[in-house]
Design a protein around this ligand. Structure first.
Ligand code: DGY
Length: 434
C-alpha cells in the first residue's frame, strides 16, 4: 500500500505543524494557517493522529468572526516571507473581526462541514469523535448562516465571492475578463512568493495589482458584505465554492442527525434544496455541457470549463443524466491518455498554461474532490485513474503544490511546481491510499 509514501507524507505534515496548533501549507511560501488547506490537512492527520486533526479545526474555528465569517488566512505569527501580510489585510477595520487573531477579510471554499464528516468516517472511536464534533459543529453552522444571510444577493441559494483568492483558484483564466474591466494603480510592493518559486509558475505583477486593488476597496468599506456586494469590481458565483457549501450542508445534516440534534436540520435542508436548484438552473451551460462560473457584475456566465466545473459531483448536485453529460465533457477535453487527470483549466483552450499555478496544472486537492465525486456517481474507472495519476505524480516528482498535466514533459524534466513538501498534497495522498 505504498507505505513509503505514507511515511513521507506524515513526516511532511509533522514538519509543517506549528506550536500554535495549526499546520502551514508549506515553508516560506505560505507561513500561516489557510482555511481550506487546514480542512484538507485535517483529513490526512485524522488517519494517524486524530487529536492533531481536532486541534487543526478547533484552531481555525477559534478565529471565526462575530458574524460567523471564517477568514482565509489567520496570521498566528509574524513572518516576513509572505506578501501581503496582516498589515495589508487589516482585519481590525471590521468591527466584527476576531479580537484574538489578525486575519484577512476574505474567505475560502467552505470545506469545514464535510471535513468534520470525513473525520467521523475515518475515526475508529465514533463516540469520541462525535463528542468533539458536538463542540465545533455550531460554529460551522453559523458560518453557513453567514453565507446565506450576507452573500446570497439574489436570494437564489448561491453565494458570491468578491476576490479571486476566495475561490482558491487564484489566477485562473476565468478571471482574465474581469481584470479587463478594472484599471488598478501600478502599486509598489515587494512580492515574496517569487523569491520561493520561479516567477513563471506564479501570477504576474499586473495580476497582483488587481488582487490588491480589490482588497483596498473592501477595506474602504470595512469589510462590510453589503457594501462589498455593491462596490466590488469582482463579484462571482463560483461552482467550486458553492459545491463545497452544498457538500458541507449535506455533511452538517448527517452529523446533526447522528448527534440527535435535529433543531438545525430543517433550516439546513431548506438551504440545501434552494442551493441545488439554483446551482442547476444558473450555473449549468447547455452548450458546454458543464457547470460554469457566473459574473454577477456583468450578469452573465463566464463560459469556460475548469476542474471546478466537475466539483459538483462531490456535492451530489447533478442528476445522473446531467452527470453523464458532465463526464463526457470532462473526458472529451481533459481525458486524453497523454494527460494526467485532471488539469485545472481546459487543455484545449488557448488560455491553458500547463505550468502556471491555476491556469492548467493538476492539483491534488481538486483530484481528491473529483475522485470522491466520481465514485459517488459510479464512475469508478475514471475515479481510479484520477487516484493513480495523483499517486504517480507525487511518486515521480515529490509532494509538490501542483503538477504539469502533460505526461511527455515528465519524461525529461521534473513536473512538480510551486511549493515543495506541500501539506495538502501529503494529507490527501494519505487519504487516497488508505
Ligand atoms: C497566495 O498568496 O498565492 C495565496 O494562495 C493566497 O491565498
Amino acid at each position: 500500500m505504498k507505505e513509503h509514501l505514507i511515511k513521507q507524507a506524515i513526516s511532511i505534515l509533522e514538519e509543517n505543524f506549528q506550536e500554535g496548533g495549526f499546520t502551514i501549507p508549506c515553508k516560506g511560501l505560505y507561513p500561516f494557517q489557510w482555511k481550506w488547506d487546514s480542512g484538507f490537512i485535517a483529513i490526512g492527520q485524522a488517519h494517524y493522529d486524530m487529536e492533531k486533526a481536532k486541534t487543526e479545526i478547533a484552531t481555525l474555528l477559534d478565529a471565526q468572526w462575530q458574524n460567523g465569517f471564517i477568514p482565509h488566512i489567520i496570521f498566528h505569527n509574524e513572518s516576513d516571507t509572505y506578501f501581503p501580510g496582516a498589515n495589508v489585510h487589516r482585519s481590525d477595520l471590521s468591527p466584527l473581526a476576531s479580537k484574538k487573531y489578525k486575519s484577512t477579510g476574505m474567505t475560502q471554499p467552505p470545506v469545514t462541514g464535510f471535513v468534520l464528516d470525513e473525520m467521523y468516517r475515518i475515526a475508529e472511536d465514533k463516540e469520541d469523535i462525535l463528542n468533539y464534533i458536538a463542540t465545533q459543529i455550531d460554529n460551522v453552522y453559523d458560518n453557513h448562516a453567514y453565507f446565506y444571510t450576507h452573500r446570497d444577493v439574489n436570494n437564489e441559494g448561491l453565494v458570491f465571492i468578491y476576490h479571486n483568492w476566495e475561490s482558491g483558484t487564484d489566477n485562473s483564466p476565468i478571471w482574465d475578463d474581469i481584470w479587463k474591466t478594472m484599471n488598478p494603480p501600478d502599486y509598489t510592493f515587494e512580492r515574496r512568493d517569487t523569491t520561493h518559486v520561479d516567477a513563471s509558475q506564479r501570477p504576474t505583477k499586473r495580476e497582483y495589482d488587481h488582487y490588491l486593488n480589490i482588497i483596498e476597496i473592501a477595506k474602504e468599506y470595512h469589510y462590510d458584505d453589503a457594501k462589498i456586494a455593491e462596490h466590488s469590481p469582482f463579484l462571482v458565483l463560483d461552482p467550486l465554492f458553492n459545491a463545497m457549501l452544498i457538500k458541507s450542508n449535506e455533511s452538517l445534516i448527517h452529523l446533526y442527525r447522528l448527534l440527535g440534534d435535529t433543531g438545525k436540520v430543517v433550516q439546513l435542508e431548506k438551504w440545501q434544496e434552494k442551493s441545488i436548484k439554483g446551482f442547476n438552473e444558473k450555473l449549468w451551460d447547455d452548450k458546454l455541457n458543464a457547470y460554469v462560473h457566473y459574473d454577477l457584475r456583468k450578469d452573465a456566465p463566464i463560459r469556460f470549463v475548469t476542474s471546478s466545473s466537475f466539483s459538483a459531483l462531490y456535492g451530489g448536485i447533478p442528476n445522473q443524466e446531467r452527470a453523464d453529460l458532465l463526464i463526457q465533457t470532462m473526458m472529451g477535453k481533459f481525458g486524453d491518455e497523454e494527460l494526467y487527470l485532471c488539469a485545472s483549466f481546459d487543455p484545449q483552450s488557448d488560455r491553458f498554461d500547463p505550468k502556471k499555478y491555476w491556469r492548467g496544472p493538476v492539483w491534488i486537492n481538486m483530484n481528491w474532490i473529483l475522485y470522491n465525486g466520481l465514485k459517488r456517481y459510479g464512475f469508478n474507472d475514471i475515479a481510479q485513474r484520477v487516484k493513480e495519476d495523483s499517486i504517480a505524480l507525487i511518486e515521480k516528482n515529490g509532494f509538490f503544490e501542483y503538477f504539469n498535466p502533460i505526461k511527455k514533459v515528465g519524461d525529461t524534466e521534473k513536473i512538480g511546481y510551486g511549493g515543495n513538501n506541500f501539506s495538502w498534497s501529503a494529507a490527501l495522498l494519505i487519504d487516497m491510499l488508505k
